[in-house]
Design a protein around this ligand. Structure first.
Ligand SMILES: *Cc1c(COP(=O)(O)O)cnc(C)c1O
Length: 376
């Protein structure tokens, strides 16, 4: 998320992601939606949120959506709705946004970190079973960079051990695994609408989706003080709500999500075709699933030099993520001695090239030209 600087020494940068460009694309629709939401005079959990919850759940292919304050809170709420808390373990990856792990800690549970598959950067199902203990309650795969994790194997192992599966879909709005959208595969799916995500608000927002009516009901109560009716708490809950203005904006952008994802795929295809002849390792797409390219992530053995080279040419490449969660000061205690070799390797080599729907083909070709100058 460190790639939003608009200018460098007065020179126009090509940003890594560009939420303002997206606002300008849909400006008249968004401005009208905001103004309507303001006129309604009901600013929290009103008609816009209810409509957006229904539309987004329908888009994902499940029956319930619960709008919340952020992606982190979506994961926290999903875990709490499943009754997961202190004394419980939740298995996830270290190669992810820190929010995934922070949300498990927020729920009071213990994150257990396993390694990733080198090609997809997602949770390696072969590393899952050995990490399961009697305290394990859930698996939390992350559909990283826009690509689904290997869900069949994960679901099969979870079923055998009676574990919940909670999907972190914060980077993969609209991606499909064997025809089904991510978020509809496990017990609950968690989305972030942070401005740079494939579906981004103009502020914070998130959603939990599920086909399970009991889990949805629990999530609805917990997000607002455990209220079943106003002012009467049935559970110990807290406050994590999506607001009306953000919901109104997200309803506009949801209508354009598939089209915007297609633009990302087009740009990724250009990168793939043109960089194919270099010694860079390009993203690999899993068979039977789609990739929505939240990020276009290559690997280079000279990553840091390439990053500097591109920055000097006004290209805002970025690293997702430079330090694995178990190496960050707050979370070194989560390093339980398990091998995270692929995670460590990825952190040293990954580089995200600019990627967002409004990025022009001309800009992509200029990025490719600069990359080739460095690597050839
Ligand atoms: C963005 C992100 C989150 C957190 O979302 P916020 O809305 O910023 O709280 C969680 N997981 C992943 C993988 C993310 O990319």
């Amino acid at each position: 998320m460190d790639c939003l600087c608009a200018k460098s020494k007065g020179v126009r940068m090509i940003l890594c992601s560009n939420p303002k460009a997206q606002y300008l694309t849909y400006k008249s629709e968004i401005d009208a939606a905001i103004s309507q939401a303001l006129d309604k005079g009901w600013y929290i959990l009103g008609e816009e949120v209810k409509a957006f919850e229904e539309e987004f759940a329908n888009y994902i292919g499940v029956s319930n959506g619960v709008g919340v304050g952020s992606g982190t809170e979506a994961i926290h709420l999903a875990l709490a709705s499943c009754g997961i808390g202190p004394g419980d373990e939740v298995i996830t990856v270290s190669h992810t946004a820190v929010a995934t792990v922070a949300a498990i800690k927020l729920a009071g549970a213990m994150p257990v970190l396993v390694d990733i598959e080198p090609d997809s950067f997602t949770l390696d199902p072969n590393k899952l079973e050995v990490a399961i203990t009697p305290r394990t309650k859930a698996v939390l795969p992350v559909h990283l960079y826009g690509q689904p994790a290997d869900m069949d194997l994960i679901l099969e192992i979870a079923l055998r051990h009676n574990l919940r599966v909670i999907e972190d879909c914060a980077q993969a709005h609209g991606a499909r695994y064997k025809g089904k959208r991510v978020g509809s595969l496990g017990d609950m799916g968690c989305f972030s609408f942070y401005p740079t995500k494939n579906l981004g608000a103009i502020g914070d927002g998130g959603m939990v989706v599920t086909d399970n009516p009991e889990l949805a009901e629990k999530a609805r109560l917990l997000r607002e003080y455990g209220w079943a009716e106003r002012y009467v708490s049935h559970f110990h809950g807290w406050n994590t709500r999506l607001d009306e203005i953000q919901a109104a904006i997200l309803r506009v952008k949801l209508r354009h999500l598939d089209e915007d994802n297609s633009k990302r795929v087009c740009l990724a295809e250009i990168y793939n075709r043109e960089l194919n002849t270099t010694n860079l390792i390009l993203p690999k797409q899993r068979e039977d699933s789609t990739h929505v390219y939240h990020l276009y992530v290559i690997r280079s053995s000279k990553r840091d030099e390439l990053l500097t080279f591109l920055k000097e040419r006004g290209i805002g490449a970025s690293i997702h993520y430079p330090v694995p969660v178990h190496r960050q000061p707050a979370y070194t205690r989560l390093d339980d001695g398990r091998s995270l070799a692929e995670t460590e390797r990825a952190a040293k080599k990954v580089l995200s090239l600019p990627m967002y729907p409004e990025l022009s083909e001309t800009e992509v070709y200029s990025i490719i030209k600069a990359v080739k100058e460095f690597v050839l």
